[in-house]
Ligand binder design. Structure first.
Ligand code: NDP
Ligand code: MG
Ligand code: MG
Length: 341
């Protein structure tokens, strides 16, 4: 079993003794900044001039300065802007303001792993990656709990980088739940693979394919939506609670037998080969380069794919059906239906 770190393994005073800059105030940024502050840490927020997030951060009583000012003041800089803009923000506003003994922190290893950011000597590079969306990280912290997190050290110039990462994890509640140690390479490659092959890419396209098969066979789209999308959450909740075994224990014997005999007909050995090809493209940087090149040229491919997927018939069916789900209406996130494209 990999070693797990808890509150007792972390020295919160290490992070309380630093000046922390949280760069970006989005999903992760708001969660880290608010929880660090509540943990007694000296936090400032670095945002671009005219940033849309500025008002939100100030409404919470946080001090907002430019990214360059935040990087200058701070001796620990957590970079929480989207992965595709990190290198630009780093090169323009963070790197020129780094000094010996500083630490730069990440919540995902993408830019370090693929070489888009290279830190100078004398500067620690570490990761604290909560295994959950920012809103859950903050909600759990406020509830006195935490979301498990990964830590990793890429450069340990101070000799203290790991302890500092553990202290940071403690400051956002991670060590209440448990922290695992990984490397930038392992975190980045497995994170990209998980989201592409299983969690996002795999699941989204599995749902779409199931919806297409049922509606093309003449079944009502609303019924198809319930069977292939809506109920997925109930199944996933059971998996999270007790693994595949609990899920299979809870469903009917009919469903369980169907799982065993039909699952492998859908997820064939060829699908596993396809997954290996996806992993190879992640490992050799092909995926990263395709993503970053497209971002650099105005994200044309990204926007085209987003518009195509948003036009899939399951989205229209879902928008209408979800009007029936009163409990979805008071979701506290910023997402607005139908605005993705
Ligand atoms: P968000 O997309 O939520 O970050 C948005 C923030 O970044 C906003 O404050 C935005 O400002 C600011 N921003 C955007 N572009 C720029 C720019 N060019 N210059 C300066 N600021 C900019 O990011 P996430 O929280 O999703 O991701 C941050 C990091 O955390 C990433 O490395 C990600 O991989 C990682 N991560 C994310 C998770 C998640 O749950 N989302 C989970 C675990 C890790 P404005 O309001 O002005 O647009
Ligand atoms: Mg990811
Ligand atoms: Mg059913």
């Amino acid at each position: 079993m990999t070693k797990k770190y808890y509150d007792a393994d972390a020295d919160l005073s290490l992070i309380q003794g630093r000046k922390v800059a949280v760069i970006g105030y989005g999903s992760q940024g708001h969660a880290h900044a608010l929880s660090l502050r509540d943990s007694g840490v000296d936090v400032r927020i670095g945002l671009a001039e005219g940033s849309k997030s500025r008002a939100k951060a100030e409404a919470e009583g946080l001090r907002v300065v430019t990214v360059a000012e935040a990087a200058t003041e701070a001796d620990l800089i957590m970079i929480l802007v989207p992965d595709q803009v990190q290198a630009k923000v780093y090169n323009e506003d963070i790197a020129p303001n780094l000094k010996d003994g500083d630490a730069i922190f990440f919540a995902h290893g993408f830019n370090i792993r693929f070489g888009y950011i290279e830190a100078p000597s004398g500067v620690d590079v570490a990761m604290v990656a909560p295994k959950g969306p920012g809103h859950v990280v903050r909600r759990e912290y406020e509830a006195g709990r935490g979301v498990p997190a990964l830590i990793a050290v890429e450069k340990n110039e101070s000799g203290q980088a790991k302890d500092l990462a553990l202290a940071y994890a403690a400051g956002i509640g991670g060590t209440r739940a448990g922290v695992l140690e990984t490397t930038f390479t392992e975190e980045t490659e497995t994170d990209l693979f998980g989201e592409q092959a299983v969690l996002c890419g795999g699941a989204s396209h599995l749902v779409q394919a199931g919806f297409e098969v049922l509606t093309e066979a003449g079944y009502q789209p609303e019924i198809a939506y319930f069977e292939v999308l809506h109920e997925l959450k109930l199944i996933v909740d059971l998996m999270v609670e007790g693994g595949l075994a609990k899920q299979r224990w809870s469903i009917s014997d009919t469903a369980e037998f169907g799982d065993y005999v039909s699952g492998p007909r859908v997820i064939t050995p060829q699908v596993k080969e396809n997954m290996k090809a996806v992993l190879a493209d992640i490992q050799d940087g092909t995926f990263a380069q395709r993503f970053m090149d497209d971002q650099a040229s105005g994200a044309e491919e990204f926007k085209k794919l987003r518009a195509e997927e948003e036009a899939h018939p399951i989205e229209k069916t879902g928008r209408e059906l979800r009007q029936m789900f009163s409990w979805l209406k008071d979701s506290d996130d910023d997402y607005t239906e139908g605005t993705a494209a």
